[in-house]
Design a protein around this ligand. Structure first.
Ligand SMILES: [Zn+2]
Ligand SMILES: [Zn+2]
Length: 319
């Protein structure tokens, strides 16, 4: 059993279920189509009407989501070309990921305004917020309470979803199109591939520039840029650990540590759907002493939040 920092020396190829998940979510349009599906959009015209995106862009994203197995196309009428796009089980299972990113955005990125979206859990009838919890003991999980060890899929190379596209940062203007959205705000911070990989290394206990550079094989100018951006967003702080010559290390702020919940929720999804049954990393919850995966529970009744049992109060009007 090792705790986080002991894995710091693993190579840049460390197989990672979170990275696989982010590569899907960080395409702004795919993310928006998924989000509207959770809100009940089914038909091509509905997506197009709500998102106001070019027909061909929508065609391509729906096709991609279908190919990835996140959505399926079903005929809803005998008339030709009448189809609905529905989330598959794999697609619906991204709901906890959306919720955990929404919670992070609500807590840290809303700049004091009212929440764009209030969740109501029909099961308990209460307004609630999503809580990332341990599957074994149901207690919420903090970043400093988890031990890691390599799982059966450790060392497998990540299947790249689309290398070229995934390196481009999501376009913030696209992500907040139509709806103000805390999930989108979170993805603006972590949705860029390199930023996301840096955050992952930080959770593994890596702190120094040279270690990031060698673990990730990232060019220095890109690394400098991403570290500056994370500092500007208040996710990490820069601390001197030596003077003459001055040397610095980077550590999470409280805000940054709160990304741990979304990270382990995304990891669960990637483990379940993209690891071929071989999770690269196993987590143990120190307070209960058991192996666990992350679940997203209702803050009020502590049951798992299921998209079929949710209602939403929109705090904004659709453009
Ligand atoms: Zn536990
Ligand atoms: Zn509830």
């Amino acid at each position: 059993m090792t705790s986080g920092p002991d894995l710091a020396g693993m190579s840049r190829d460390r197989a990672c279920s979170v990275a696989r998940t982010v590569e899907i979510l960080s395409d702004a349009w795919m993310f928006l189509v998924l989000r509207e599906s959770f809100f009940g959009a089914r038909r091509f015209e509905q997506f197009q009407h709500i998102l106001k995106l070019p027909r061909n862009t929508l065609v391509v994203r729906l096709r991609k989501l279908t190919e990835l197995g996140l959505m399926r196309k079903e005929g809803y009428s005998t008339a030709q070309g009448r189809y609905e796009y529905r989330l598959t089980e794999m697609g619906r299972d991204l709901y906890p990921t959306m919720l955990s990113l929404m919670r992070f955005g609500d807590d840290w990125l809303g700049q004091g305004e009212t929440l764009p979206l209030q969740l109501i859990h029909r099961r308990c009838g209460k307004r609630c917020s999503p809580v990332v919890a341990c599957s074994a003991c149901n207690a919420s999980v903090g970043a400093r309470e988890v031990d890691y060890r390599p799982g059966p899929g450790a060392g497998d190379h990540a299947r790249e979803v689309d290398r070229k596209r995934s390196r481009r940062a999501s376009d913030p203007a696209i992500l907040e199109r139509v709806r103000p959205c805390s999930v989108a705000r979170s993805l603006q911070i972590i949705g860029d591939r390199w930023t996301f990989l840096l955050i992952r290394e930080l959770f593994f206990g890596v702190r120094r520039f040279d270690d990031f550079a060698s673990n990730l094989g990232i060019a220095s100018n890109i690394l400098t840029d991403r570290l500056q951006r994370l500092t500007a967003h208040g996710i990490i702080g820069k601390h001197a650990y030596q003077t003459r010559p001055d040397r610095f290390e980077y550590r999470f702020t409280e805000r940054g540590l709160d990304l741990y919940g979304p990270m382990i929720v995304m990891m669960r999804w990637g483990d379940r759907w993209l690891s071929g049954g071989k999770p690269p990393l196993l987590l143990r919850h120190r307070p209960c002493g058991q192996d666990f995966f992350a679940r997203v529970l209702c803050s009020e009744c502590h049951h798992e939040l299921d998209p079929k049992e949710m209602q939403y109060e929109l705090r904004y009007s659709l453009a």
